[in-house]
Unconditional design. Structure first.
Length: 256
């Protein structure tokens, strides 16, 4: 089997080859999955001694996504919208037991709150562990545009988080994407920016001011994703809020 699998791996791009070779190694050693561990927002300790016979761990982690921008209740000569929240960085990596401390500290970041009314969304918080840091997503901005200046229609989305590499072998590491900017089909038809997609799902939808009078942005749908921005047509009396960014997460597989 080893020779046949080795031949198959030729021609793969480097990242895919690393993942393929890792999985091939598991098959050749007849390794078994001993446990799965999941950590949500907060501080935790991973103790390798809790898993006798462990040889290595496989970790997936991401930080908190940014909240979408909110928007004001504009006058009859204005429209308003908020940008989408940025996504947190994410990574997947393998660490041999020999490279682990007896107790590893892990901190999982939370998603940022959406902007309330005419406010920028709040940035998420980063996730750290095993020497790695998954940077948080930034919050989306908000804007109000006057009918007399119809070309000024965009507020940018929140920035994406960056990866800081720690111990082990990376199978995949990705900086977070920027949240979507606001859009407008016409002066009085604004749309909130879409939240950037995260490691485990899509970002929140932007508020609809195109076929609706206005709408709040939606929360991020998958860990590390950004929230959507709110939107309002002219003359609305209710401000719109941005959606919250999704929380980070750490997923660990223990292999023996």
């Amino acid at each position: 089997m080893s020779n046949r699998l080795g031949g198959f791996s030729t021609g793969l791009d480097p990242a895919t080859r690393r993942a393929f070779n890792y999985l091939r190694g598991l098959l050749e050693r007849r390794s078994g999955l001993l446990a799965r561990v999941q950590y949500g927002v907060g501080s935790h300790s991973f103790v390798i001694g809790d898993h006798p016979g462990a040889k290595e761990i496989r970790v997936r982690m991401t930080g908190g996504g940014g909240g979408g921008g909110g928007c004001s209740a504009p006058s009859s000569s204005q429209s308003a919208a908020g940008g989408g929240g940025g996504a947190a960085a994410s990574a997947e990596f393998v660490v041999p037991v020999a490279s682990l401390s007896a107790s590893e500290s892990i901190t999982v970041g939370a998603g940022g709150a959406g902007g309330v009314g005419a406010a920028t969304g709040t940035a998420g918080t980063p996730t750290t562990g095993f020497g790695w840091t998954m940077g948080n997503g930034g919050g989306g901005r908000q804007f109000t545009v006057a009918e007399s200046s119809p070309n000024i229609r965009a507020a940018r989305g929140g920035g994406g988080g960056s990866v800081t590499v720690g111990v082990g072998t990376a199978l995949n590491s990705t900086n977070g994407g920027w949240g979507g900017p606001t859009q407008a089909w016409a002066f009085d038809r604004p749309a909130g920016g879409i939240g950037a997609d995260g490691m485990l799902g899509v970002g929140g939808r932007g508020g609809n001011g195109i076929t609706s009078v206005g709408q709040n942005g939606a929360a991020g749908n998958g860990n590390g994703s950004g929230g959507g921005g709110g939107a309002n047509r002219p003359g609305q009396t209710t401000a719109r809020n941005g959606g919250a960014g999704a929380d980070g997460i750490v997923l660990i597989e223990v292999w023996g």
